[in-house]
Design a protein around this ligand. Structure first.
Ligand SMILES: [Zn+2]
Ligand SMILES: [Zn+2]
Length: 332
């Protein structure tokens, strides 16, 4: 792979890299960056955010903002505050944004973005319809040329908004696709793939092909029990196939961005996280099947505290995948 210079620009990004605390600029080649990802991307874990906040306060005497804006390469970065991770691409003739979080956090992101680039936002791409990924779309009204999502994601967004009586607070996709969508901005080719149902029935995997970075949306919860939205067509069995297909389709050097991660875990990683999460989902199904066969009641089963062999997944929310697996396996 041709070495690609990577620049860490923002103060918080700068502070996030141990080697850069005292430097204004720091560059390293992409391969080294990927090898060092545990260090640099660890900036995005909660523990390091706290350290960072302390540093920020010390240097500026002001409370740090509640969000993280982090450049992964000289063109692609991530934003985290509340809800699903936002990714963005800064090109010479336009910006691409993946997901929008909530109406109250999206303005923080847009403010930071506009400090970095004056180019127009060409595309806002939604990985899926959930409110922590598309709720902030409305803040992009008048700023973005096109909103793109999978056709089922648009239907879900509309359906949920009508049921919640807030359709007027949405910015729905004006472009949809069924299997595959591609767009070109500057030097980058952006491809949205639909590999079938998983977390919902409308999850896109969004590939920045030249940079070889894929936003997985909520198809990847890193070491965190996932939400499985059966009311929007989710399937755990098929979710495993989607993850395996992603590992085959992309390559060993692909960097992945995740919708969510447990405290202390990264929102960015490599194919091994996808394999581990597929193993976790497989273990959820196998365990659930065994308990159903053993004659457990659903109520008793939902008291489970850990999934056998999957001790890395701990914390809240275990009933979400277990309940969904039970319902999926017992559905007529
Ligand atoms: Zn989410
Ligand atoms: Zn979701």
């Amino acid at each position: 792979m041709v070495a690609q210079r990577i620049k860490f620009e923002s103060l918080r990004s700068l502070l996030s890299c141990d080697r850069c605390v005292k430097q204004k600029n720091h560059t390293m080649n992409r391969r080294r960056f990927v090898q060092n990802s545990a260090l640099t991307l660890g900036a995005l874990t909660l523990a390091q955010q706290k350290v960072l906040s302390a540093l920020f306060t010390k240097e500026n005497g002001a409370a740090p903002p509640p969000w993280m804006f982090h450049m992964m390469t000289d063109k692609i970065g991530v934003f985290t505050e509340r809800g699903g991770t936002i990714a963005f691409l800064l090109e010479k003739d336009g910006i691409v944004v993946v997901d929008s979080q909530f109406p109250d956090t999206a303005p923080h992101f847009i403010g930071e973005l506009q400090r970095k680039s004056e180019e127009p936002i060409k595309y806002l791409l939604n990985t899926h319809h959930h409110g922590d990924h598309s709720g902030g779309n409305v803040v992009f009204k008048g700023l973005v040329k096109h909103v793109v999502a999978h056709e089922n994601s648009k239907k879900n967004q509309e359906r949920v908004a009508i049921a919640s009586k807030n359709l007027d607070k949405q910015l729905l996709p004006d472009r949809t696709y069924s299997d595959y969508w591609e767009g070109f901005v500057g030097d980058e080719r952006i491809v949205m793939h639909y590999f079938g149902p998983g977390h919902t029935n409308g999850d896109s995997l969004i590939h920045f092909q030249h940079s070889n970075i894929v936003h997985m949306g909520d198809l990847l919860f890193n070491r965190r029990h996932p939400f499985v939205d059966r009311s929007s067509g989710a399937s755990i069995k098929h979710w495993i196939k989607v993850l395996n297909r992603a590992v085959r389709h992309f390559d060993k050097n692909t960097t992945y961005v995740y919708g969510h991660a447990a405290d202390g875990h990264n929102i960015v990683g490599n194919y091994e996280d996808l394999e581990n999460f597929a193993d976790y989902l497989g273990a959820v199904l196998t365990f659930t099947e065994g308990e159903i066969k053993a004659g457990k009641t659903k109520e008793g089963f939902l008291m489970t505290k850990t999934i056998p062999g999957m001790g890395e997944w701990k914390g809240d929310g275990i009933t979400r995948p277990l309940g969904a697996a039970w319902d999926e396996l017992t559905a007529k």
